[in-house]
Design a protein around this ligand. Structure first.
Ligand SMILES: *[C@@H]1O[C@H](CO)[C@@H](O)[C@H](O)[C@H]1NC(C)=O
Ligand SMILES: *[C@@H]1O[C@H](CO)[C@@H](O)[C@H](O)[C@H]1NC(C)=O
Ligand SMILES: [Zn+2]
Length: 444
């Protein structure tokens, strides 16, 4: 028997679950009858939380493996680092002697702050106007699913690729890819794939032209330290640590302005110049609730985010840092941490040609025009992707995420992708994959 208290609890939870059920039916009315549609599959992938700092890779791998199974792709999971799986799917070509193509995406995403979102970031709610909200909707779970949907459609049309098509899913891109793409491309397995051309993620386009990226900038972390004579805060004298650091700030500011002015004048894109931005300053003698105010400290330090363009001269940059930004004669030291390669294995810049010298480029371009798409002028990406590791091996690699008329929301609150844009992307990939995989001329 229930007592009154238990009864009211029961009715409360009943009415709660009825409300939840009603809400669920409302929200998912459109999804309910389409449990196995391209959009529902995208939503399922988005609902798997693979955000840092604790990306849950195994359910993502299981989901993708199931998808691969349903379209008869071969699947291999490799852990170059424990707990950080790489999933490799393969669609064998009719002429395996030709170099293969690889379609890459990353499994992880950056974290999200749920309180700043209109829908929970891992709900993949589709609004009445077709926006699918989720962390990873643009960066870059869309392409990971679109590759598979395109292959599913090509298989349904009995298309047979001439070249082998590989689809790879790598961990940890958002934290530099050291345990992900870097180890994967350095492996014997990767060598055996004999990859001739690669596609990786790009970025959304607010206009109606697709954007494509042929290079990334390479990040350097720069820390400079000044030492100087300590003394009373009231005294003006030369060569304090702060004075030495401030002189560096002036020089670095001038360098920054000279590059930024070129961008402001419209002569270059942001990503076509070397950027330098201060990210922290550390100095002073701590004191409860602040700093000691009447002592000039003996040490001062600052950190900078430097982005090198693919053709920038690293030796020249190092010389500028050593002689002008942190000169030893001003009692300064510095440390540069290069976060990724700047040159390929032959010493050339990590640039994929987007002209007739690269036969893959023409095929890629034509494949987009064939489905009514327009391609914007190829760009350098301001940040970095895993494509740099592929380019380091001399493999031509383009950064491409087929999203037109879409605000750039990667790493932002309320990241979304419209259902129509997502579906159009599948069509674009069908064209790209069929063209590239049946293209026979290019040897590696
Ligand atoms: C550098 O340090 C030395 C030794 O402490 C000092 O004599 C000199 O004045 C300092 N120079 C500058 C530019 O800070
Ligand atoms: C094609 O582009 C590459 C890289 O940007 C450049 O080095 C090369 O000279 C160009 N070749 C032609 C035929 O225009
Ligand atoms: Zn990404």
């Amino acid at each position: 028997m229930l007592n009154v208290h238990q009864y009211s609890l029961l009715s409360l939870s009943l009415s709660l679950s009825l409300t939840t059920l009603a809400l669920f039916l409302l929200v998912s009315a459109q999804e309910d009858h389409q449990q196995d549609t391209p959009i529902a599959r995208f939503q399922r992938y988005l609902r798997i939380n693979t955000a840092h700092p604790n990306p849950d890779y195994s359910p993502a791998i299981s989901f993708l493996k199931l998808q691969a199974q349903s379209i008869q792709l071969q699947a291999r999971t490799i852990e170059f680092t424990p707990g950080k799986p790489v999933l490799l799917l393969t669609w064998p070509g009719s002429n395996p002697s030709l170099p293969s193509i690889i379609l890459n995406s990353h499994l992880d995403s950056v974290p999200a702050e749920p309180s700043k979102w209109v829908h929970p970031p891992f709900s993949a709610v589709r609004s009445p106007d077709g926006k699918i909200f989720a962390r990873g909707a643009q960066d870059d779970k869309c392409i990971g699913v679109q590759y598979l949907e395109a292959i599913r459609n090509l298989k349904a049309k009995n298309f047979v690729p001439t070249r082998t098509v590989h689809v790879s899913y790598v961990p940890d891109e958002e934290i530099g890819g050291v345990d992900g793409a870097a180890k994967f491309v350095a492996s014997k397995l990767f060598q055996e794939l004999r990859v001739g051309f690669a596609l990786d993620e790009g970025q959304a386009s607010p206009g109606d032209e697709f954007r494509v990226f042929y290079a990334d900038r390479s990040p350097w972390s720069l820390v400079i330290k000044a030492e100087g004579t300590p003394g009373h805060g009231s005294r003006m004298y030369d060569n304090t640590a702060m004075e030495n650091l401030m002189k560096s700030f002036e020089v670095i500011s001038r360098f920054r302005d000279s590059r930024f002015d070129v961008v402001k004048a419209g002569e270059a894109a942001n990503s076509e110049v070397i950027s330098v931005n201060p990210v922290y300053v550390k100095a002073g003698i701590p004191y409860p609730n602040g700093f000691v105010m009447n002592v000039q400290p003996s040490e001062a330090e600052a950190g900078f985010d430097v982005r090198m363009t693919p053709t920038a001269d690293p030796d020249l940059m190092r010389r500028i840092i050593a002689e002008e930004w942190a000169p030893a004669w001003r009692n300064m030291t510095y440390k540069i941490t290069e976060k990724g390669p700047l040159r390929d294995y032959t010493g050339r810049p990590l640039v994929t040609p987007t002209n007739d010298s690269n036969p893959w480029w023409s095929v890629f371009k034509q494949a987009i025009t064939a489905v009514g798409g327009k391609l914007a002028k190829p760009e350098i990406l301001a940040s970095t992707t895993d494509a740099r590791y592929l380019r380091q091996l001399g493999i031509p690699a383009l950064g491409f995420s087929p999203m037109t008329n879409t605000p750039i929301l990667l790493h932002d609150h309320n990241e979304f992708l419209k259902d129509t844009v997502y579906l159009k992307g599948i069509e674009v990939y069908e064209s790209i994959i069929s063209s590239l995989s049946s293209f026979e001329e290019a040897s590696h």
